[in-house]
Design a protein around this ligand. Structure first.
Ligand code: ATP
Ligand code: MG
Length: 498
């Protein structure tokens, strides 16, 4: 197999951080090469060097036998390298078609002379050829996170690249969509494309990769053919130690209902959804992306207001008109998108964690900074956030560490009811186990947790009870005892699964 891309002794230094140190990496033609490692290990940094977003401080790159230097992203793209990034890179106010062809030769620079009809037709045909159901004229801002992710993927595919890089493409996709993505990836591999694939879901890595490279703390640990690799061994390479259990859910006594929703409805989003959440319970909410789970969560948290139905807290009916009221009533909501009610990238870790609870540290208008820092530090340690310290700006953290900060923020809020929307999305396996342990402990302390997750093993591993949504309706309730992958998935697929 031919070498497409070779990286030798790549080093990258950010102020205070040695993000990559003498890393070697090579990609062959027609292979899927997985890049794995803990949050902050340096995976995205390596990708951004390949795509010209960052310039290395040392080392060299060779593409098809020739030395290359990419001063910017354009240069890399022009050499046939396309990438899907961990963070969204779409223009919200433009249509799907415009986003897909943004930067392609034929409409560069963006002039008045774009032939819109042709553009939409071309985009429509391309989308159709991929068997995706998206309207090329729809504005990106009207799409769900998963649909945006699909547009990112389509955009990268449309570039006809020799090298396709996917930095956690599956984080917000469901099983169906992941299968679809993998089908495309395998097809591209057959055609000779070299693919670099980053994921924290090791079962995916084992499913699709030909070789796996592990990096830890900015250093390469090794490259191993997948066939010669066992899961435990891979975890040990990534984490540096053995991992006990990923789902440390303990049995706790389940108490009275704390939250009850009755016939909650919002037109076009979800219809007559009713369920109870009890003290000490972890209630898993499964379903396909677009089933309406996030919409229900947002409505309970007051981001959106219900058009029908009622919400009860400890038996008393409440009206929750906005997130502030929800927080005052003891509800916390970890949003699946980090930007929203999530993080302020320009602020540091401490400030982000303590935003919702600042009142707790203030006296006569003065904020007790020591208390504030102590609280932040406690969660920083608990979630093993990897940074130069609690004063690091959140914007410069790795993706997974940003996710940990938003989780810390809602955990610090000490709410009675925690709604966690994809709580371990993008989080590495060791921390994921720690987050699960924490959830189990919180339930043990009597908190009530509603966990939305697209990862069925996580739903099954952590929930006392599972409710399943399909196309805006609650279609099934499954006990912990009877839950299996098949039962949950079949319910989530609804009619289609029958
Ligand atoms: N622009 C930046 N400024 C300062 N430090 C940075 C910057 N980008 C990344 N870092 C640091 O470099 C290290 C590697 O980050 P990187 O994003 O490559 O990790 P990662 O392996 O992709 O992690 P994750 O799995 O969480 O996405 C981290 O310590 C991070 O804080
Ligand atoms: Mg990353």
């Amino acid at each position: 197999m031919e070498h497409l891309l070779t990286l030798e002794r790549i080093t990258k230094i950010f102020t205070g951080t040695l993000a990559l140190s003498d890393v070697d990496f090579d990609l062959r033609q027609g292979e899927i090469h997985a890049l794995v490692g803990e949050n902050g290990a340096g995976k995205s940094t390596l990708i951004k060097i390949i795509t010209g977003i960052y310039q290395p401080d040392g080392g060299q790159m060779t593409l098809e036998g020739r030395r290359v230097v990419f001063p910017d992203a354009r240069a890399s793209y022009d050499h046939g390298i396309a990438a899907i990034y961990q963070e969204a890179s779409l223009f919200e106010d433009l249509s799907i078609a415009e986003n897909i062809y943004m930067g392609h030769q034929e409409i560069r620079p963006v002039t008045r002379n774009i032939r819109w009809g042709a553009l939409y037709r071309k985009a429509g045909e391309f989308i159709k050829s991929l068997e995706v159901n998206l309207n090329p004229r729809a504005l990106v801002k009207s799409l769900s996170i998963a649909e945006k992710q699909l547009v990112e993927i389509i955009k990268a595919l449309s570039a006809d690249a020799k090298i396709l890089i996917m930095d956690e493409p599956t984080a917000s996709l469901t099983k169906e969509e992941i299968d679809y993505l993998f089908r495309i990836a395998r097809k591209l591999r057959e055609e000779g494309t070299g693919i670099i694939f980053i994921s924290h879901r090791l079962e995916e890595v084992f499913d699709i990769a030909d070789r796996v490279t592990v990096i830890r703390d900015g250093k390469k640990v090794g490259t191993v053919p997948k066939d010669k690799l066992k899961v435990e061994e891979l975890v040990r390479m990534m984490v540096g130690k053995d991992l006990k259990t990923l789902y440390p859910k303990e049995e706790v006594e389940i108490g009275e209902p704390v939250l009850r929703i009755e016939n909650l409805s919002r037109h076009g989003e979800f219809d007559k959804v009713s369920f109870e959440l009890k003290k000490g319970e972890i209630l898993g909410m499964a379903g396909l992306v677009g089933a309406g789970r996030t919409e229900v969560a947002r409505t309970i948290f007051g981001v959106e207001n219900p058009e029908g139905g009622r919400i009860f807290l400890e038996g008393k009916q409440v009206r929750i008109e906005n997130p502030r009221q929800a927080m005052e009533l003891g509800i916390a909501y970890l949003s699946e998108s980090r930007g929203e009610y999530g993080l302020v990238l320009q602020l540091d870790i401490t400030q982000n964690i303590t935003i919702p609870i600042l009142k707790r540290f203030s006296r006569f208008g003065w904020i007790n900074r020591t208390d504030e820092r102590d609280t932040a530090k406690r969660f920083y340690d608990l979630l093993d956030i990897r940074a130069t310290g609690i004063q690091q700006k959140v914007g410069s953290l790795s993706g997974g560490n940003q996710q940990k900060v938003s989780l810390a923020k809602w955990l610090a809020a000490n709410a009675k009811i925690l709604i966690l929307d994809e709580p371990t999305k993008g989080i590495d396996i060791a921390t994921k186990a720690a987050v699960h342990k924490l959830m189990s402990d919180l339930a043990g302390e009597g908190k009530a947790i509603l966990m939305i997750s697209s990862e069925i093993p996580e739903i099954i591993g952590m929930s006392d009870r599972i409710i399943v949504m399909n196309e805006g309706r609650l279609v099934s309730e499954i006990t912990r005892r009877e839950a299996t992958q098949e039962i949950v998935l079949t319910a989530a697929l609804g009619e289609k699964g029958k």
